[in-house]
Every structure is written in structure tokens, then in C-alpha cells.
Design a protein around this ligand. Structure first.
Ligand SMILES: Cc1ncc(COP(=O)(O)O)c(C=O)c1O
Length: 373
């Protein structure tokens, strides 16, 4: 049976070591902010290459904490992509700010840097909101085009928050995903490239002042301690047990990414000419959270997914509805046709099984289904 993401096979490989780690937490009993949390933060900051790693309760809370640290609120606008999971946009709206969507690049599905200027200039003309920042998303594991996004941000004077929920382990020219912008976030949701066995997330930054604010926000806006409350915060900590599990999962991350890289290469060979396979720009490396292909039409996607299902091969659509079409965004006043690339991609994209434990025969079986269409 082919799994979409095989967490069972992965667990089998590291179960003994995870048990030892979990037992150590049961022995010392520091369930909240135990020593494993700091051990993980030190290891992850060193891997990503940032001065600070602040672990937290989820990828959503990680985004929220950065926005809170930047003081985002009513009257502010934050640029982002309409082709992402709701979290990216939800946190902007939660703070009373306005998401301003920028359409995506038709090849990478990440925010199109060439469309940033127009959106910012239109917002400046409109004069209702001040553009404070941008949240690019590293969709499917591929980092967004940070060299160009950071140049636009410098030109217009706003900050960059990298949503690296899907890209932990990816890179651009050797610089790790989750190290771009003023701060970056990731998610440890079980299915993510580095996932725990529950919810978790992390923030990465080189800024001492941002890091200090987020350490405070993570624990109810604490000052000298949690009974000294100097700002609005959250209960946003990562559990010690999850940190312990992540310490073991982290040991095999790079090897798994290498394996996913070779699976992606093999998919590309096998699916050549049948669908549009992912386009990874030179010097970019994806963490391959998902392997997403583009069909020639919505109808073709439906047919292919049905045929794959018949063969017991799981697939999924990320994301079937761009965020400007969601009911929760209806007050933003967007219309059909406002982000044509995101709308088109949402209607034709779907994801195939992708994990380090796929065998070549699995990939051949999957590709054979495409041949029949
Ligand atoms: C792009 C993106 N951003 C944010 C999140 C939120 O992460 P979490 O589920 O850990 O809150 C996700 C998770 O699915 C995501 O895919």
C-alpha cells in the first residue's frame, strides 16, 4: 500500500531512539520548557544559520508571534500570496490588519516578485493602509525568490517574514530556507519536512530585539517572569515531549531530503511529457513537502486522481481554492480574475505521494497510471 506521506515507516526506523528520548522526559518531568526545548533551539539555529531559534506551539502561532512583535494591527496591510494554507492570511486578519494579495509565478507557484511594486503603489495611491511587510510562502518546500523579494522590500521600506512551514531543509545557493527576511517561521505539524507527533513550530531571526519580544510573547507577554506581564502575549510554548521527539527526527532530516530529491528526479523522468512536473530554479533546493504536478485541465486532474485512487494510490489537492475566494476573505472585496495565475493553478494542480520510503516500483506503478490517460 503506497502512503501519501509514510510516517509509519519513518517511525519504525527511529522508534527505539524516540522512546529513549520520551523516557528521558518522563524521568526528569520538566514537561514545560524542559532542557530538550533549549537543546533543540540550539541545534536548529545552528542548522538554519540564524542567531536565534524560538520554538513555539505551531506554525500558525509562529507567524502570529512575529506579526505581534512587529506591532501589526488595524490600518496596516501585509502583502502575501493567495496560494497558501489559510494560516498565512488568518494571522494577518486576526490582528485586524489587511492582507494584500500578490499573484504567484506560473512556474514556481510562489509569490511573483515582479508583481509586488504594482500592489504597493496601488496601496499607496489608495492611502487606506500602510504596507508594513510581506509574508512570502515557500510553497511545497521550494523557497520563494528571496533575492528579488528582499530587494523590493528594501525599495519600499517594509519587512519580510518567510513562511517556511513547508520548506525546512530547502535552500537557495546554500543558504537555508527559514533564514530569509527579518524573521522566518516553520511548522512541525506531523506531515511537514521536520514534523513532531503533535503541533509545534519555530521562529528564526538574527534580530536580538525581535527575538527578545518573541520570547516574551511566547509566555503571556512576560517581563522578568510570567507573573510580570508587560505586553499582550500567548501561551505559545513547544511541549518538551515534542522537542524530545524532534531531536531524533532532526537526525535523519538531511538524509530524508536527499532521498526525496532523488525520488523527485525519478518522478520527473517517469512523468516527462505527461504532466508539468515541478520546476526548481537553478541554485534552489526544495525540501519536497509535496510533489505537485500540473495537468492540462481541471477535467484531466479529476480523471487522473480517480484513476490513481482506483489503483490505491493516494493524492491530494493543495490548494483547491485560492484564499481570495474563501468566505473568510469575502470582506476584502476581491473578484474572480484578480489573481489569474493562482486561480488557474488551483484548478489544475494536485500532489502525488512523496516521502523518503517510496520504492522505485511504487514510482513506476504511479507513472503507469499516467500512461493510461
Ligand atoms: C504554508 C503554511 N503556513 C502555515 C502553516 C501552519 O502551520 P501549523 O499547522 O503548524 O499551525 C502551514 C501548515 O499547514 C502551512 O502549510
Amino acid at each position: 500500500m503506497i502512503q501519501f506521506i509514510d510516517l509509519g515507516a519513518q517511525q519504525k526506523r527511529i522508534r527505539d531512539r524516540v522512546k529513549l528520548r520520551v523516557n528521558a522526559v518522563l524521568d526528569h518531568g520538566h514537561y514545560i520548557m524542559g532542557p530538550e526545548v533549549q537543546e533543540l533551539e540550539v541545534q536548529l539555529a545552528s542548522y538554519i544559520g540564524t542567531k536565534h531559534c524560538i520554538t513555539c506551539s505551531s506554525g500558525t502561532d509562529a507567524l502570529l508571534m512575529v506579526l505581534m512583535a512587529h506591532g501589526v494591527g488595524p490600518g496596516d496591510a501585509i502583502l502575501t500570496t493567495p496560494f497558501t494554507f489559510i494560516s498565512t492570511v488568518e494571522v494577518i486578519m486576526l490582528l485586524g490588519a489587511r492582507p494584500l494579495f500578490v499573484d504567484i509565478d506560473p512556474q514556481t507557484y510562489n509569490v511573483d516578485p515582479n508583481k509586488i511594486s504594482k500592489t504597493v503603489r496601488d496601496a499607496q495611491k489608495d492611502n487606506q493602509y500602510k504596507v508594513k511587510g510581506i509574508i512570502p510562502v515557500d510553497i511545497f518546500g521550494l523557497p520563494a525568490n528571496y533575492p528579488e523579494i528582499e530587494a523590493a522590500a528594501a525599495e519600499y521600506g517594509f519587512w519580510v517574514l518567510e513562511d517556511g512551514a513547508q520548506s525546512f531543509g530547502g535552500s537557495i545557493s546554500g543558504q537555508k530556507a527559514c533564514s530569509f527576511g527579518n524573521a522566518a517561521t516553520t511548522s512541525f505539524f506531523p506531515a511537514k519536512p521536520l514534523g513532531c507527533y503533535g503541533d509545534g513550530g519555530a521562529i528564526f531571526t538574527n534580530s536580538d530585539s525581535l527575538a527578545e519580544l518573541m520570547v516574551s510573547i511566547r509566555v503571556h507577554g512576560k517581563g522578568v517572569n510570567k507573573y510580570d506581564n508587560i505586553r499582550i502575549g500567548l501561551n505559545g510554548r513547544l511541549d518538551t515531549l515534542q522537542a524530545a521527539i524532534l531531536l531524533e527526527k532532526f537526525q535523519i532530516l538531511d538524509e530524508e531530503i536527499k532521498q526525496r530529491d532523488s525520488i523527485a528526479n525519478r518522478y520527473e523522468e517517469l512523468l516527462d511529457g505527461m504532466v508539468t512536473t515541478p520546476i526548481i530554479p537553478d541554485d534552489f533546493r526544495s525540501a519536497w513537502a509535496y510533489y505537485s504536478v500540473l495537468t492540462e485541465s481541471e477535467q484531466k486532474r479529476k480523471e487522473l486522481m480517480a484513476l490513481l485512487k482506483k489503483q490505491g494510490i493516494p493524492t491530494a489537492v493543495y490548494y483547491p481554492k485560492p484564499l481570495h475566494f474563501q468566505q473568510v476573505s469575502s470582506h476584502l472585496g476581491y473578484n474572480k480574475g484578480d489573481f489569474p495565475v493562482a486561480e488557474d493553478v488551483s484548478s489544475r494542480i494536485f500532489s502525488l505521494p512523496m516521502h523518503a520510503y517510496l520504492e522505485d516500483e511504487d514510482l513506476v506503478k504511479i507513472a503507469n497510471v499516467f500512461q493510461g490517460v
